[in-house]
Design a protein around this ligand. Sequence first.
Ligand code: ZN
Length: 657
Amino acid sequence: MQSLWHDEEAARFGGPLGERVYTSRLLGRDASLVLHGGGNTSMKADGANRFGESEPLLYVKGSGWDLASIEAAGFTPVRLEPVRRLATLERLSDPEMVAELALQTTRVGAPAPSVETILHAALPARYVDHTHADAVLAITHAPRGEARIREIYGSRVVVVPYVMPGFDLARWVAREFPRQARADTIGMVLLDHGIFSFGETARESYERMITLVDLAERYLDRHGAWSVTTPRTPAAAEVSALDQANLRARLAQAAGAPLIMRTCTTEQTLAFARRDDAAALASAGPPTPDHSIRTKPFPLCGGDVDGYVATYRAYFAEHAARARDAKTMLDPAPRVVLDARFGLAAAGRTAKDANIVADLYPQAIDVLARSAALGGYVGLRQSDLFDAEYWDLEQAKLARAGKPPMFAGEIALVTGAASGIGKATVDALLARGAAVVGLDRDPSIVALHRRAEFLGLAADVTDARAVESALREAVLAFGGIDLLVLNAGVFPASASIAALDDEAWRRTMAVNVDANLALMRAVHPLLKLAPRRGRVVVIGSKNVPAPGPGAAAYSASKAALNQLARVAALEWGADGIRVNTLHPNAVFDTGLWTPEVLAQRAARYGLSVDAYKRNNVLGVEVTSRDVAELAAEMLGPLFGKTTGAQLAVDGGNDRVI
Ligand code: ZN
């Protein structure tokens, strides 16, 4: 482990908190130190109050900020002395602590200060850094962990036994640190939790963290516990997409709500899941207590979801009974699944949550495997894990959380998603909480959105193999497909029947009919597994009820698709799958309509462009967004008892009405 400090880079971070921000980000850059809101840092400095009087303040990481991307605004200023004094109280409940810290905050609108704020205040140094370094955790969880830590560090660190993070830990440190610290003490090791370093400058505190963690890494290396990936790489597993969708369906059933599930098949996860002692190691609990909020205290090893639920219920019943306050049980579905066939699957109520689990668990695997190489992994007591998972403040968050968005935990597939109605549908579904897979032959689809809830895949819908591999990728990323929007289509150049070219006809049919049939067939087994029953919206056309001259191929293809959708509604109703069709007309904000084409068309009808756009019964312009919003609602509960329906979204067409 090496210091990443660079003077030129540091100089770019200005302001009184500049170096604090910079070194916090340096810690955040290394996944083996902190991940996803784990760890925290602080700085003590004098501030001026409204009367121009100086008062000592503590700037501490606010909740909701990651060290990797923190800015000055992410540090919350609190009055140092009153906060330090809180540690002298006998007792302070978590809600009381949050209230006291809020009272001492000196900036309106600052984020809630870290739960370790009192601990940061209790340490005398100007800068304090805290991480959950993997290497340190691997040693503290090994047999004789505490003795090993003392052997490695001597008086350079104060060793803190496991105490619940928050007030109790701060109180322990406030009392014991002054007694145990020596002249050469530069940090603290918190057994089974993490490590602190401190110093008089940001750089000193940060580089001491690096020094301390480096000593732990060297110790592991000396004891043959550093490189733990098995030398013979297990053959990559070919997991079936349908098997994974089945697993996700069973997890969702256990959770009582749709879940996103990401399959993470890597050399590391496969090697770990195939160890004889994988279940024993993993069941001993996560390496640091706050992981249990994300990963739950133990994973599912193998495929017995019901067995897991029973074990989880028993764990809850046992520990809730001795808790001071009444606890509300979280859903009992596993968040981590280990399986020799695919390695790791990570689940969450949203794609973001699943991704966090997918990031955290491989780090946990490194710790488990390294402790095992030192002779075994000694986990936290289950009661401690329960206290972290069912912490008051997390329970309060749960009580505050409103109704989840309409499609939370559900997965949608949209074809022709790079532009026009397809692109607008992606937006409408993301806004309603779905994870969305966008399919398009335009490669720009891949970068349409850079967010956890979106997967853009470049594939031509007429290429069966490309579609099959896209579906597989979608299932491995999110766990299934619950919602399908068939939007991709072509609109060939106008031609009379007499002049219609066979090839143009076939090409139109291939995209607008054959490709949709193939896709419906391929997605059907996935829709059948949808936790809230599968739903399909087909983007049809006004040309179905009112065809136009010169559009034989297009009108015939859309009519065939229309019948296909109606038959699907009949056949799939028994599986609870709903299939409905939208018939848009004159949607001009799509790739097909350049300003020139629009002007030509309008001129042909003797209309201005604006009048041409609004040439319908209501005299309104119909946009991609109008169609997309209606498509999203058709997939939602409002249309829960409607299938086989066709709805126009065209401003009213006198030929159709
Ligand atoms: Zn911590």
